[in-house]
Design a protein around this ligand. Structure first.
Ligand code: G3I
Length: 318
């Protein structure tokens, strides 16, 4: 059977996965699947600020460089994740008592240094991640508190200066359907485009749960972003299940992956569909949602689940 990556290429769609660098180093089966099944990759953690600058001014690019090299060997594109976020910040930044001017300069330097380090090697950057609350207000992060909402404009301009060829995304979760959060994001990017801020894409994470209905209006939602001239992508798809998972739940999970993927296939400039890990052997889900798991398209033994077959079928028919 053809891989998801190969099936996607026929319709000009990259099929990606988040990559866990410790699994890549220690598990040959994981490495073979990551290399063979997908046409793009996203570092699950190693490009985040706490990972690249654990001590102020001391950079650790090695794990991220390793993924960039892996992608090159395997003909894969790389999504950079993520430059500005409220989470996984280094302790020196969280605990430091910086003035607004200092913090702005710290953020400028971080974006410039990281984007410059990877210049020419990153296809799409998640420049700003999770800036909104579910009710559509802006998340009360260190960035909003100290710099005000203008931090978003600054971040895109700084990233564009450092690598003018990279495609720059704003990324968030719970924005699959039309709702208060996706509408707030829509208003923001409408304004940014008017002001010629270099924002090029909207990333829809796609973290779903079989206990809630799948976002059947996703194509309607994605079309309004497409109509603004923006690219879109599903950037972190997974569908968690209360454990143990039974067959009905695995079918519901397959349906949810199918809803996300068809949303992308129906949207003219949806460029990639990335799963947030591909095997139930490694996943962030059980650590965060107690009692839930089995969120990925392959089981712990790398055997295809109904979700994998649904994706394969959607791509075959596309
Ligand atoms: O690196 C340390 C290690 O030194 C330490 O020994 C170990 C002990 O807990 O923790 C390690 O850090 C962990 C880190 O992943 C790297 O493995 C953190 O505890 C753990 O909380 C962290 O979780 C990541 C999470 O983001 C943090 O918010 C997940 O792996 C990652 O899948 C998840 O990804 C996010 C996206 O970036 C944004 N969207 C939501 C998505 C899921 O939460």
């Amino acid at each position: 059977a053809r891989t998801l990556g190969a099936l996607g290429k026929r319709v000009d769609l990259r099929i990606g996965t988040a990559v866990d660098m410790s699994a890549l180093a220690s598990d040959a089966a994981y490495r073979a699947k990551a290399a063979g099944e997908f046409s793009s990759v996203t570092p699950e953690n190693v490009m985040k600020w706490e990972a690249v600058e654990p001590q102020r001014g001391t950079y650790n690019w090695a794990p991220a460089d390793e993924l960039v090299d892996f992608a090159k060997e395997n003909g894969q594109l790389v999504r950079g994740h993520t430059l500005v976020w409220h989470s996984q910040l280094p302790a020196w930044l969280n605990n430091g008592d910086f003035t607004a001017d200092e913090l702005r300069e710290i953020l400028h330097k971080h974006i410039t240094d990281e984007v410059t380090h990877f210049k020419g090697k990153i296809w799409q950057w998640d420049v700003v991640n999770e800036a909104f609350n579910d009710d559509g207000t802006m998340r009360d992060s260190i960035w909003l508190q100290k710099l005000g909402p203008g931090y978003i404009v600054d971040a895109f301009r700084w990233a564009h200066q450092a690598d003018p060829k990279a495609t720059l995304f704003i990324n968030d979760y719970n924005i699959e359907g039309v709702n208060a959060k996706s509408t707030a994001l829509y208003k923001l990017v409408t304004q940014l485009r008017k002001e010629h801020v270099p924002v090029h894409g909207v990333g829809i994470q796609g973290h779903l749960d079989v206990q809630y209905s799948a976002p059947h209006d996703i194509a309607t939602n994605m079309k309004r972003f497409d109509d603004l001239g923006l690219e879109t992508a599903i950037t972190e798809a997974d569908v968690r299940i209360p454990m143990p998972a039974d067959n009905t739940e695995l079918e519901a999970q397959a349906e949810a992956y199918d809803v996300l993927l068809r949303g992308c296939l129906l949207t003219e400039h949806c460029t990639d569909f990335t799963v947030w890990g591909f095997t139930d052997k490694y996943s962030w889900v059980p650590g965060v949602f107690t009692g839930e798991g089995a969120a990925n398209i392959l089981d712990e033994n790398y055997k295809a689940k109904a979700a994998y077959n649904a994706m394969s079928q959607d791509l075959t028919l596309a």
